[in-house]
Design a binder for this molecule. Sequence first.
Ligand SMILES: [Zn+2]
Length: 143
Amino acid sequence: MKYLYERVSYLRGLADGLQISEDTKEGKLLIQIVDVLEEFADAVNELAEVHDELDEYVECIDEDLADVEEEVFDDLYDDDYDDYDEEEEFIEVECPHCEHTVFVEEEVLEDEDADIICPNCHEPIYLDFEDEDDDEDDDEEDS
Ligand SMILES: [Zn+2]
């Protein structure tokens, strides 16, 4: 955008060379036009600078986002989907509240702290497979 300044400078030089002065109406107009052109050149240059900065910034964000995507999708596919497909089993469980059949991941069943919520009635499903320890959680039935 430097060439805009050069061309405005050239015009200004030309106006000087032609001895255009503000004494005449036309001279006043021409000098005003050159002034306005210079202001335009300023504004365009400023915009170009801001644009470059933004461009750089967006590029940085894009790179960061790519890193995040890689991280997230790698984790999803490598750690979860592959495992689900190859290793994890889904166990069929009947909801004690609505008798809806729920498929629960084996890993979740093994985790005692995991809350399994029935997708049908949204009641928590407590499962005690290993030890029949009903008293802890299941106090619904003995009313
Ligand atoms: Zn249910």
